[in-house]
Ligand binder design. Sequence first.
Ligand code: IFM
Length: 445
Amino acid sequence: MWWRLLAVAFGLFVVFKITLITYRRRRYPEPHEDWSVVDLDDVSFPKGFRWGTATAAHQVEGNLVNNWTVHEAAKGLEPSGEACDHWRRWKDDFQLVSDLGLDSYRFSVAWSRLEPKENEWNDEAMDVYSAMVDDLLARGIRPVVTLHHFSHPDWWEAKGGFTDEANLPAFVSFCERVFAVLSDRVSVWVTINEPTVFSTMGYTLGMFPPGRRSIPMTLRVMRNLLRAHAKVYRQLKKLNPDVQIGVAKNVTLFDPKNRWSPIDWPFARLMEWFWNGAWRSGIQTGRMFFKDIPEAKGTLDFVGLNYYTHVLVGPASVSLLKMKFPKRRQEVSTEFGYPMYAEGLRRAIEFLAPLNVPIEITENGVADAEDALRTEHLRRHLWVLSNAVKDGHDVRSYHHWSLMDNFEWAEGYTMRFGLHRVDFETQERTLRPSGEVYRRIVNEH
Ligand code: IFM
């Protein structure tokens, strides 16, 4: 008798799981194109669509002293050092942007350069950023300024950085200072680059400064980043309501490693919520990780999308913690290890759409020293983007990461994301064939 009951219970369990998985597969599809039949030339973009490229201060400027340089030394990482020597070569680099025919350039300002010691301001450095803005505008290039892109002064880090809400006013006043000088000419601002990457890499995985591994601290930093964004947004809008202010959100998609597994599904959904959903609902509802942050509600004029990949997860594969990236059979691994999954760009756009603000693609690119994959990567992503725009998604720009090879954080100079190859011995920049392809596409559209 008992075995009959057991068989019935098992049967019911199997039916239940199959129903659940079927439902989830429908609700969270993971599309894959047959790229061999896609016409990648079939792209079009509306008039006014902006084409750009992006960099960040610590990755290109060189000779900075900040939380990152301290971390590089403490962990024995490759030092950022001179980087691309962009602080001296920026005019020539902007010529490269012009030569590509671009009309938008996203860069960040280095807080550690502008306020090397607490309350001691370097006005000469501010003049240089101001001259950069003038130069870009004279070239017909829209400057997009990021206020925090992973790096900040070491004196601020020593006080706890984003772990302590009491530190936020110092960040806000730095932002106000930059804004006071540049906002008459800069109309698009990114407060914080990739808040989830910053907090997870620095406080869960310990690969970014300050190299901690603590989930409670990660959550605290995530909330404080949202608070910081909200405070900066509200303060800057008071000073000049005409500018557009947003965040550059890294939308990494999480899919179950085994799509048949009833365990991998909830794991993927949990990761997705942690990485993407909590942030989006923080902006929508003013609540993040069970805490009220009412000032965050509605603080976006646009949302920046940094899209790179999807990550296949399940509890059995602690792939994320080991930074190992499984891929689907039909996918290609990029040099960074994660798969090329251009179809995910559409999903990332759809994820951000409920925020009801225009989307700017603030980053998309691939590490590819030999330039073997970049052209295909670029063309596939632009094809997906073109379809999303044709279908009515309000995406206004595309910024390729990056203008040139640069300091790729914990990976040092090993990961080459540039449209231009940089010889770090001579600082010579050479346009890669994929850069030429980008130039052609930009000029055709
Ligand atoms: O280089 C980084 C950038 O600083 C932030 N987004 C991802 C890029 C490539 O890893």
